[in-house]
Design a protein around this ligand. Structure first.
Ligand SMILES: Nc1ncnc2c1ncn2[C@@H]1O[C@H](COP(=O)(O)OP(=O)(O)OP(=O)(O)O)[C@@H](O)[C@H]1O
Length: 677
C-alpha cells in the first residue's frame, strides 16, 4: 500500500474519532473535521481530557508498513460507566461490596491507568467494565460501550490481557498466533489477511526473530523471556484489532526496560486510536508520563480521576504535599493505603479524600461528559444498536474443532521421544506378559486357565494405566481452557471433543500393538477373525477406560482427589469382572456393579471369541480321579465363568454404551465446573 493510502486511513480514523462528540468536546463535528485535516505524516493524539492535538506520525516499524501497509483503522471505542457498584456473594448469601458507586469514562486514543493500593478494587472494577466478572459477582449501575450496554459482545469487541499469561507451552510463537487467529478472527477474514495480521503483529511487537521459539517448556531449549511472553499475550489480544483493550498489571514481573517497552507499545496502540485501560502498581515517573488519564481508587471508591498534574494539585488542595524527592504515584498510593495499626484513621482519611473528589470541579466535569454519553446512547435507534451487536461472525463449529485438534496433536507430536518411549514401554510390557504365557495356551485343563489369564492381562493393561494417565489432563488444562472459554473462543463440547479426537490415534495404536504381541506369543486362537475381534475389543476397552478416566478427571478438581475416588471404583469393577469370583456367586447387593464393569463385558466377549465352538479339551486322568471338574468343550468353559456364547454383540453394545455414557458424564462434569468458577 502506498504512503498516500496510509495517510488516508489515518485521516479516516481521526474523522471517526471526531464523529464521537465525547472525543472532541464540541457540538460541531464538521468544523472539527476541517480543523483536523491531516497531512500525510500526521496523526491525532488525544490528551485524555477530550483535547485532540496533531503529532508527527512515526510508524513503529517503517519497513513493515512499506511491505504490508498500515494497520486498518478500527472502530473507536468509548467506554462509560455510571454509579457502578460491584458486590461479591459470600458463603451464606451475604453480599460484600468491593466497588462502591464509581463513574468514569475512557475515550478513543487514551491510555487510562487504574491505580490504587492493594485491595482497592482495581481488578474488580476492570473485570466488571470488561464484562468478565467471576461467577458470584453482582453488578449494579450502568456500563456502556459506544452507546451499547455491555454484554457478551465485549468478548469480541475488546481484548483482555491477564496479569498471568497462559499459553500452550509446547507451541512456537507462530503456531500459537496462527491458531489463535483461526479461533478469534471473523470467519469472513481471508487466509491471506489472517497471515498478514500475524506477520504484522510479529514484527510490530518485536517477536519476529522469536517466531519459531517454543513458548515454554523445561527441556533446556530456548524459550520466550518474560517480556516476550507479555508481548505475545498482547499480540494475541491485538489479532482482532479491538478498539478497546484491558490490561491487568501488564508490567508485573518485568524488569524496568521490558516494562518500558511494553508500556510504549500500549501507548502506541492508544495513539492509533484504541482505548486502553490498565491496572498498574506504582509505575515509575517515566511510565506514568505515558498515561493520559489517571483513576485513583481506594476502598472501592474513586479518590481522583483526571490527568497526573491534576492529581498533584487536587491532593495539594487537601493538604497532601508530595515531597520533591518523591515519585508522585508512590505518594498517592501511600496517602490512600491503610496504615497498619491505625486503620480507622486511614479509613477516615480515605473517605474524606473520596468525598472531596466527589464534589470537586473535576468530578462535576466528568459527570457532565458521562451524562452526555448516556444521553446519546438513549437517543440511538435500535437498528444501529443491533448492527453493532451482530457484526462479528465467529468461525464455524468444525473449523474450531479442526484447529483445536491441530493444537493438541502438536502437543502430542512435539516431543517424539515421549511417544517413542511410550510405545517401547508398551512393547516391553507386552513381551514380558506374553513370555509368561508362552506355549501355555493349549486345549488342556491348565490351558483354560492360562488363556483366561492372558485375556485378562490384555484387558487390564488396556484399562488401568490409560485410565490413570488421563487423570491429570483436565485439572492441568482447566485454567487455560476456562480462560479461552470465557473469552468466547469455543464452547465446552468443542474443547472436549477436540481433546478426545487428538488422543484417538494413540488410543488405537497402543492397544493394537499390545494385543498383537501378547496374542501371538501366548498362542491364542489362531484365526484372523479371533485375532481381529480381540484387537477390536481391546481398542474399545481402552477407549472406555479413557472415557471413565476423563469423567473422574473432569468431575474432581485435582488428581489426588480423582485418584481417591477412582481406586475403590476400579477395584469393584475388577472384582465383578468374572475372573476372580463367579458372577452368580456375587451377593445381590453388589452384583449390580458388574453392569458398569467393562472388564466383565470385555472378558466375556474375548472369552466367547476364544472358546465358542471349541471341542476336545483334554482331561487329565489324575485330575478327574481326584474329583476335579473336567471342561471338555468351549461351551463348558464359558458356563464355568457364567458367560453366555450368545452375548457377544450385547457385550460390544454395552461397551459402546459405557463409552458414550462416561464421555457424556465427563462433559456434564466439565460444564458444571466452568459454571461454578
Ligand atoms: N471473591 C471474593 N470474595 C471476597 N472478597 C473478594 C473477592 N474478590 C476480591 N475480594 C476483595 O475485594 C477487594 C478488591 O480486590 P481487587 O482484586 O479488585 O483489588 P486490587 O486493587 O486489584 O488489588 P491488587 O492490586 O492487590 O491486585 C480486596 O480486598 C479483595 O480481598
Amino acid at each position: 500500500m502506498s504512503k498516500k493510502s496510509g495517510s488516508d486511513s489515518r485521516s479516516v480514523s481521526a474523522k471517526n474519532g471526531s464523529r464521537n462528540p465525547s472525543t472532541n468536546n464540541t457540538s460541531n463535528p464538521s468544523s472539527l473535521e476541517e480543523s483536523y485535516e491531516l497531512k500525510p505524516n500526521e496523526i491525532l493524539y488525544s490528551d485524555g481530557v477530550g483535547k485532540l492535538t496533531r503529532a508527527k506520525y512515526e510508524p513503529l516499524f517503517p519497513e513493515v508498513e512499506e511491505v504490508l501497509g498500515p494497520t486498518p483503522a478500527q472502530l473507536p471505542c468509548t467506554l462509560v460507566w455510571r454509579d457502578l457498584s460491584v458486590h461479591v456473594r459470600l458463603k451464606g448469601g451475604t453480599l460484600k461490596r468491593l466497588v462502591n458507586n464509581v463513574s468514569g469514562i475512557a475515550k478513543p486514543g487514551t491510555l487510562v491507568a487504574l491505580m490504587g493500593p492493594s485491595g482497592a478494587g482495581k481488578t474488580t472494577l476492570m473485570t466488571a467494565l470488561a464484562h468478565r466478572n467471576p461467577v458470584g459477582t453482582v453488578t449494579d449501575g450502568e456500563i456502556a460501550m459506544n452507546g451499547l450496554p455491555v454484554g457478551d459482545f465485549m468478548h469480541k469487541e475488546s481484548g483482555y490481557m491477564h496479569q498471568d499469561e497462559l499459553f500452550v507451552e509446547e507451541l512456537t510463537v507462530i503456531e500459537h498466533l496462527t491458531i489463535m487467529a483461526r479461533l478469534r478472527m471473523d470467519r469472513r477474514t481471508s487466509s491471506l489477511a489472517r497471515k498478514r495480521r500475524v506477520n504484522q503483529l510479529l514484527r510490530q511487537l518485536a517477536l519476529y526473530g522469536a517466531r519459531y521459539t517454543r513458548i515454554g517448556g523445561l527441556d533446556g531449549r530456548k524459550t520466550l523471556s518474560g517480556g516476550e511472553r507479555k508481548r505475545l499475550a498482547f499480540a494475541t489480544e491485538l489479532l482482532t484489532d479491538p478498539g478497546l483493550l484491558f490490561c491487568d498489571e501488564p508490567t508485573t514481573g518485568l524488569d524496568s526496560s521490558s516494562a518500558q517497552k511494553l508500556m510504549t507499545l500500549l501507548r502506541a496502540s492508544a495513539a492509533q486510536g484504541k482505548t486502553v485501560i490498565c491496572t498498574i502498581h506504582q509505575p515509575s515517573s517515566e511510565l506514568m508520563a505515558l498515561f493520559d488519564r489517571l483513576v485513583l481508587l481506594a476502598e472501592g471508591r474513586v479518590a481522583f480521576a483526571g490527568n497526573a498534574s491534576g492529581a498533584l494539585s487536587f491532593f495539594e488542595s487537601l493538604g497532601y504535599h508530595c515531597p520533591i524527592t518523591y515519585n508522585p504515584t508512590d505518594y498517592f498510593i501511600k496517602v490512600l493505603a491503610m496504615t497498619p495499626g491505625s486503620e480507622a484513621a486511614s479509613r477516615q482519611a480515605i473517605k474524606s479524600i473520596c468525598d472531596r473528589f466527589a464534589v470537586s470541579d473535576a468530578a462535576k466535569e466528568l459527570d457532565m461528559e458521562i451524562h452526555l454519553e448516556f444521553h446519546l446512547m438513549d437517543n440511538e435507534d435500535e437498528e444501529s444498536k443491533k448492527f453493532k451487536q451482530d457484526n462479528f461472525k465467529a468461525p464455524f463449529f468444525f473449523t474450531k474443532i479442526a484447529w483445536l485438534v491441530y493444537r493438541y496433536l502438536l502437543i502430542i507430536i512435539r516431543d517424539p521421544r515421549v511417544q517413542l518411549i511410550r510405545i517401547l514401554q508398551k512393547l516391553a510390557i507386552a513381551l514380558t506378559a506374553g513370555l509368561c504365557f508362552l506355549g501355555t495356551a493349549r486345549l488342556t485343563q491348565s490351558g483354560v486357565q492360562d488363556v483366561q489369564g492372558a485375556l485378562f492381562i490384555i484387558i487390564a493393561e488396556n484399562t488401568f494405566s490409560p485410565m490413570y494417565s488421563v487423570l491429570h489432563m483436565f485439572p492441568e488444562e482447566f485454567p487455560l481452557f476456562h480462560r479461552e472459554l470465557k473469552a468466547g473462543l469455543y464452547s465446552t463440547p468443542i474443547y472436549y471433543i477436540s481433546r478426545m479426537i487428538a488422543l484417538f490415534p494413540g488410543l488405537v495404536v497402543e492397544p493394537t500393538l499390545f494385543t498383537l504381541v501378547v496374542y501371538w506369543i501366548a498362542g491364542l486362537r489362531g484365526t484372523l477373525y479371533a485375532f481381529g475381534f480381540t484387537v477390536f475389543i481391546s481398542i474399545l476397552v481402552l477407549n472406555v477406560a479413557i472415557a471413565c478416566g476423563s469423567f473422574f478427571s473432569c468431575a474432581f478438581g485435582s488428581m489426588p482427589v480423582a485418584i481417591a475416588y477412582l481406586v475403590p471404583f476400579d477395584y469393584s469393577l475388577m472384582m465383578t469382572s468374572g475372573l476372580f469370583v463367579r458372577l452368580s456367586s456375587i451377593p445381590k447387593y453388589v452384583s449390580w456393579i458388574r453392569h458398569l464393569s467393562w472388564l466383565m463385558y470385555s472378558n466375556e466377549a474375548m472369552s466367547i471369541i476364544q472358546w465358542d465352538g471349541v471341542q476336545n479339551i483334554t482331561c487329565m486322568q489324575n485330575s478327574t480321579s481326584m474329583g476335579m471338574p473336567c471342561l471338555a468343550t468351549g461351551e463348558e468353559v464359558l458356563s464355568r465363568y457364567d458367560f453366555n456364547s450368545g452375548d457377544l454383540w450385547n457385550d460390544v453394545l454395552a461397551l459402546f454404551v459405557l463409552y458414550l455414557a462416561f464421555h457424556l458424564l465427563a462433559l456434564i462434569a466439565l460444564r458444571h465446573r466452568t459454571r461454578r468458577k
